[in-house]
Ligand binder design. Structure first.
Ligand code: MG
Ligand code: ZN
Length: 374
């Protein structure tokens, strides 16, 4: 653990790392994101929750076999197992799964930040904002999609993308990067939420190059009108790039930050019963994990949690070879009830060992921040 480095060592390291790029952000567009360590890391903690949507043990195993080498998430010293059921079904969907992480409450499938009676639940992102902690969301789907939405919006159904987009305006979120621009710009109510975001002090950036030019302040970054492309259709390393850009901006806050990063499309490979799609997205997510762990390792005051909302596909590996070829099989084109692993790294990581429910992720993150439920 790196919780209590001697002060003199921290000083040396800060000098050494000041103005050093932790990542080259080898992004298709040539855009780069750097992360400078500028704050006193002895007082506040950062928490980064990384969600591989639909990432069960088999998805992780397939990634390892295809890579032919250890995955970055294997760098985490603490492992737990998580029960994923929602309030009304052993098979959760991503909305109920993310609402459990965000609020500590089980709810019905399809619910976005609301309880089984459709009443709004306070999310960890909202609690963090009230405590002066900077907040961010990054996803490789529309930012209004179920997983990111459940941290910031309160809607009875995940299908209400425009209403979810409007909920972003009701918060103080500092940085969000994902797809879904059209739900802010071309709406059935005629409102242009991009203009309202600008009035609220956000830089609205369209695409990696514009996003990369933002060096401070609040950022609404869009990487697609709806969903970003699959890796195999040329998405490049937008997930790693966006994750590092969010960290760069959030790390300017001297009271710490909360950041949720989603590898959204591992799930979609499972729905498609497509091993190649799963592996491509799994390895892309794991690359982002590596970049985030590099930051956490150098920062020394960042807790990183890597988990999934549920498994997708009932995915199994029936044969594989040393060239990384995988013969996958599936029991369903939907989610399954199997427990998923939790990986943790950094100060407070020990709390994530054991077997527990998805709601415990919220409680453990709240404890890491020393925050109490309002
Ligand atoms: Mg998702
Ligand atoms: Zn799914």
């Amino acid at each position: 653990m790196r919780i209590l480095r001697p002060v003199i060592v921290i000083c040396v390291l800060l000098t050494q790392w000041s103005c050093t790029n932790i990542s080259n952000g080898e992004q298709a567009s040539g855009a780069t994101a750097s992360v400078d360590i500028v704050k006193d890391t002895s007082k506040f903690i950062n928490v980064i929750l990384m969600i591989g949507d639909g990432m069960g043990l088999t998805q992780i195993t397939a990634g390892w076999i295809a890579k032919g080498d250890a995955l970055n998430l294997e760098r985490c010293p603490v492992i737990g197992l998580m029960k994923t059921n929602s309030s009304d079904n052993f098979i959760t969907d991503s909305a109920a799964g993310a609402t459990a992480f965000a609020t500590g409450k089980k709810t019905y499938n399809g619910a976005i930040g609301v309880d089984p009676d459709k009443a709004a639940l306070t999310t960890i992102l909202e609690i963090a904002e009230k405590n002066g902690i900077a907040t961010g969301l990054v996803a490789t789907c529309s930012i209004t999609h179920a997983t990111p939405a459940s941290f910031i919006a309160h809607q009875p159904s995940r299908l209400l993308d425009e209403a979810i987009a409007a909920d972003f305006l009701k918060t103080d979120i500092d940085v969000f990067i994902g797809g879904g621009k059209k739900f802010f710009e071309f709406r059935s109510d005629g409102e242009n939420l991009l203009e309202l975001l600008q009035e609220n002090g956000y830089t609205v950036a369209d695409g990696a190059e514009e996003i990369d030019m933002v060096k401070s302040g609040k950022l609404a970054g869009f990487i697609a009108d709806e969903h970003p492309a699959k890796i195999s259709d040329g998405r490049g390393d937008l997930l790693s790039f966006s994750s590092l850009k969010a960290i760069e901006l959030l790390n300017l806050n001297d009271k710490g930050f909360f950041l949720m990063i989603e590898g959204s499309q591992i799930d979609w490979g499972g729905h498609a019963n497509d091993s190649e799609y799963i592996v491509d997205e799994m390895l892309d997510f794991d690359n982002a994990v590596g970049k985030v762990l590099d930051f956490a390792e150098k920062d020394g005051n960042t807790l990183v949690i890597i988990t999934a909302d549920h498994e997708t596909g009932g995915y199994a590996i029936n044969a594989a070879d040393e060239d990384g070829n995988i013969e996958g099989a599936f029991t369903t084109d939907y989610h399954t009830a199997v427990m998923v692993p939790v990986f943790a790294y950094g100060p407070g990581a020990e709390a994530f060992a054991g077997v527990y429910h998805n709601t415990a992720i919220f409680n453990k993150m709240m404890a890491a921040f020393s925050m109490k439920t309002p």
